[in-house]
Structure formats: C-alpha cells, structure tokens
Design a protein around this ligand. Sequence first.
Ligand code: F6P
Length: 538
Amino acid sequence: MTYALPTGWQALTNHAQEMRQSSMMSMFEADPARATRYSMTAAGLTLDYSKNLINAKTLTLFQHLFDAIKLQPSIDAMIAGEPINRTENRAALHTLLRTSPGQVSPQLTDQYGAVQASLASVKRISDAVRSGQWLGATGKTITNILHLGIGGSYLGPRMVDEALSPYDDGQIRCDYVANVDGLHIDQVLARLDPTRTLVIIVSKSFSTVETRVNAESTQRWLRQAIPTAQLNLHAVAITSNVAAAQAFGIADENILPMWDWVGGRYSLWSAVSLPIAIKFGFAHFQALLRGAESMDTHFRSASWPNNMPMMLAALGVFYRNFMDVGSHAILPYDHSLRLLPAHLQQLDMESNGKSVSVEGDHVSIQTGPTIWGGEGTNGQHAFHQLLHQGTHFTSLDFILPLTPHHDRQLHHDWLVANCLSQSQALLQGQNLEQLKFEGTESEKMSRVMPGNRPSNTIVMDQLTPATLGATIALYEHKVFCQAQIWQINPFDQWGVELGKKLSETIFEAIDQGAEPTLDPSTRELLSRYQQTRKDRSH
Ligand code: F6P
C-alpha cells in the first residue's frame, strides 16, 4: 500500500497559498470581533488564536479534514483503552491516570483498580515522609529526595517541581539526576546526607543505562552509611519491571508500578511523580490530576472549532504542512514554567518524530516539527531576533499566567507588557513609513520588521497545580490529533533504539578491549578516547 493523503488535503494546500498572501492586520480591521471570535476558554485556560493566518474557510476545511480522518472515533478509542499503539499492541491510557472515580467505563475497571492502588501508595509514602513518620535507618526524618530517571521518567516531574515552586513549603528538597555524566551525581551526592535521603529510582524498563549507572553509584554511596538490611528505608523504585527492581535490592513494598499502557513521556500522572507528592503534598498532586482531567473532558466533548487541543493541532499542521514551517516554539512568560519547553519537546518530538505510517508506509508529507523554546523575557534578548526578522517564520505559543505568586507588581506588569508586545510586534511589524528614520538605505532596511508573523497566546488566571495539569494535557492531546492527521503512531519510539545498541558495542570496546567494526570516523574518535583514558590511568 502507498501512503494516502486524507480527503481535503488538496483543498487545504490551495487555501494555504491564499492565506500566505493575506494580512492579519487587514483581517483584524475587517472584523472587529476577530479577537473574541478566535479565542476560547476551557479547563481554566484561554487560547487566543486570532493572530494566525486563518479565516472562516480555514476552519471549515479543517472540519472536513477531521471528519475525513475520523478524529472523534480515534479520541474515543484512545480513552476507551483500545490498543491504538499498534507497533507494540498496547493501549495508551494516560487519561485513565487522571480520571475521577465514577467516571471510568466498566471495561477499564481492572486497570483503574491498579491506578487507584498506586495512588494510595503515593499518598501513603508522601504522607509518611511529610509527617515525619517515615524515619531513616538512624531514626532521622527524611529531608531530601534524590530522583534518578531520564526522559519521560525525569522531564515531567522535574518540570512540575519547578512549576509548582511557589507552593514549596521548604520542608523537603528534591534533586533530580538524569545524565550519566558523573559530575552531576558526584556534585549532588556530595551535598546530601544519606541518613536523611530517600532515593527514588524511576525507570519503566529498569534497564536504561543512565539510570542504572546512577542508581548503582547511589547504592554504593548509601551502603557506606546504611546497613543493607535497612536500605528499604532509603530506596523506592517506580517501574513496570518489578523483577529487575527486586534484583536490584528494592523491597517489594517500595516498588510502585508503571504499566505498558502508559508511555514514559505520558507518565507524570502516575507514581512517577512521587517526588512531587512528597515535596508539595498529595493534595497538590491530586489538583494537578484534576486539572488534566478537566482538559480531557473538554477534549472528548467539545466540538470543532471550539476544541482547544484540536485547534492547536490544526494550526500546527496548517503551518507545518502547508506553509513549510519547520519549528514551533513554546514561550512561557513565567520563570517557573521555564522547563515546560523541554518537557513538551520530548512529548512532541518523541511522539511525532516519525516517517512511517501506522500501515508501515513511508509518509509523503512532513510530520512533527522541531519543538523548542524558553522563558520570556530572556528569549527576547537572545533568539527573538530570528523570530522577528529571520528569513522564515516560526509558529509560536506564548503562555502567560495573569496573576503572579509574588507581590512585586512592577515586575509582573513589565513581564505582561513584554509578552503582549512581542506578539503585537510579530503581528504588525514595522514598514519604512512607520519607521520615520533618516539614514542610509542599509540603516533603514535593517530596521524594517516584516510583521504578519503568527502566534497563539494561552493565558490563565494563575499558574496553579490545576492550570498546569490542564496545560500539559492540552499539549498531549494536540500531539495526538496531529498524529491522527499524519497517520503515524505517537506512542512508540523505535528511533532511539539503534543508538542505545551501538553505545553498548562501543562501551564493550572501551571496557573490555573488544574490536567492533566501526566506520573510520567513529574508530578514530574512539581510539583518541582510549589513548586519553590510558594516559590518565598512568
Ligand atoms: O530512550 C527513550 C526512552 O525510552 C523514553 O521513551 C523514556 O521516557 C526514557 O527512555 C526512559 O526510559 P525508562 O523509564 O525505561 O528508563
């Protein structure tokens, strides 16, 4: 079979050519209600998508596209737990992790029972640590968490930890070590007291090299201060590979589950966020789940064009596939959301960085863009130059909490003023006439701003556990909708495997002197390393 473009693709191609020539400023002038017409509110978030190269016809054409690809039945299939991750024959049930009791369909009762039991364990452990009932081997309370994990077993909780920092009561400090780079674990262990530390090893597979090596080093460090029989007071594992965690020495009651029906990058709603529950309290973790659940409810029930994740997906596809836009930036105007771009980068790029369809055909169109970003206003003094005057435009999401978690009103007013002015500048640009600048041709031309560059703005009253949960779920569903349009599976990640396998071969060459077949460049680089290593050991 060959890859077939969905019905409506050509109509969108033609329409995009027209819209590329259109002026957003003129569309605002022609329609005074455009800003309100092209905005919507759901789950505590308001999306203003009026600054986009779209009109009523764009929305109609996407309606046809979503009908043609049967988007609504696909959403229902995901939430119902059908094995939509076809290359692994698994469900993708991250939504079940944040479903309230009473809202679960009967066919998911078993899985939901497991979710509830796991949440009960998260509550038990987090309450015990926070209340001081959980004592270490020497009878001291736990003051520090050391979280070991990487990728989806790291980015989500690490980002949430930062985002909820205004809710930190200072009782527990969490450190997160992901990279196998020994410097990081070295520096962290040097300032931790093992008798007051609870180590949380998070690895769905329990075989990821970085996590295993960090866990082994940490276990040796623990053993210097803690008798083996009492290590259970200092180590917890979150994994779907119970046997491997047991073999590592984790006590049964300290092993919390991950399941094959939740992908790593969708797992922050599970026991993977145990450090969050410990640091901020179980109630805040629950509020995060409720916020995500309210976005889920919106996603499955709101019809187009009043569906926020569908709208973000459609806008992304409009630019990616019909206007040749290769990257999408996430720009939170909130210091505590500064790690959100990194989490969304994994979510989007590991999910939709695919070139083979669910039917096994090579896709003949572009799929996931490069996702990147950074906190405002910092980016304005770094990469925004390209956003304003580069040769191509990047699609953008500004994210802005309206109420700060501090009393420095002046700071917040400036933060808001900057966020709003960036999307305004991108929209309106500045021509020679407006510039009113006397000087040479090059002096004048270098100051011209093309404008007509699109952006979304997502605002929320305040960044709370609930609005954070809704924001993350919004992007999860956006990624899902885009995968449906591109006919790819967003729930596997086979592309990361070859590198892992090859690293084992090279590690063996370093460790045991094996002589693998390597390309000349890699061979030279390896022998350079081997020589350096040898010189260092003398
Ligand atoms: O290598 C990619 C990946 O498998 C991610 O998908 C995953 O989130 C990460 O590694 C960590 O995997 P694990 O939780 O099994 O250690």
